[in-house]
Design a binder for this molecule. Structure first.
Ligand code: FES
Length: 171
């Protein structure tokens, strides 16, 4: 059964079930599977296993099919995101100003690939389309904070600053 420990969990689950119910009223409901998974990820920030089982049951499709869809589309996350989600803008303006090197520096600094989460659960890393701040290219967004005019050295410092801030919170 999906997690319903808190009111917030229950609210998310009801919202998802309502969404599925609406899809099931339409002709060919199974064609709404991706829309349902989008909705689930919007609510949970990733696709928890128990939620995928619930979607399979409600949409009347095998869980294996849901896994197939979820793993095929890179958009879907199958693991919980880190405390800080880093989105590296790979839009044109950022790309021509070195987004590739920014991505490599982050991967190297955190020892994770795109789509991964650090072992301590602090950071997750994603590529993104234009984030709408091209004047500051190349940029990354950490949760909802933009860091712009980056170089590989600057981005390493940004990450170190987040780690430092976390350590000082913990002590
Ligand atoms: S291309 Fe990166 S913010 Fe627009």
């Amino acid at each position: 059964m999906p997690k319903t420990d808190t009111k917030q969990d229950q609210a998310k689950l009801s919202e998802l079930k309502e969404f599925i119910a609406k899809c099931k009223e339409k002709p060919n409901p199974q064609s709404y599977l991706i829309a349902v998974l989008h909705k689930a990820q919007e609510l949970y920030e990733y696709l928890p296993r128990d939620i995928m089982d619930m979607v399979a049951e409600q949409m009347n499709v095998p869980t294996a099919h849901i896994w197939g869809v979820a793993t095929f589309y890179h958009y879907f996350n199958l693991t919980p995101p880190g405390k800080y989600t880093i989105q590296v803008c790979l839009g044109t303006a950022c790309y021509v100003k070195g987004a590739g090197q920014i991505m490599e520096a982050i991967q190297d600094e955190l020892s994770i690939e795109t789509g991964g989460v650090t072992d301590d659960g602090l950071f997750s890393l994603q590529g993104a389309r234009c984030l709408g701040a091209c004047g500051l290219a190349p940029i990354i967004m950490v949760n909802d904070k933009i860091h712009g005019d980056l170089t590989p050295e600057k981005v390493r410092k940004v990450l170190k600053d987040y780690r430092k801030a976390e350590k000082s919170k913990a002590s």
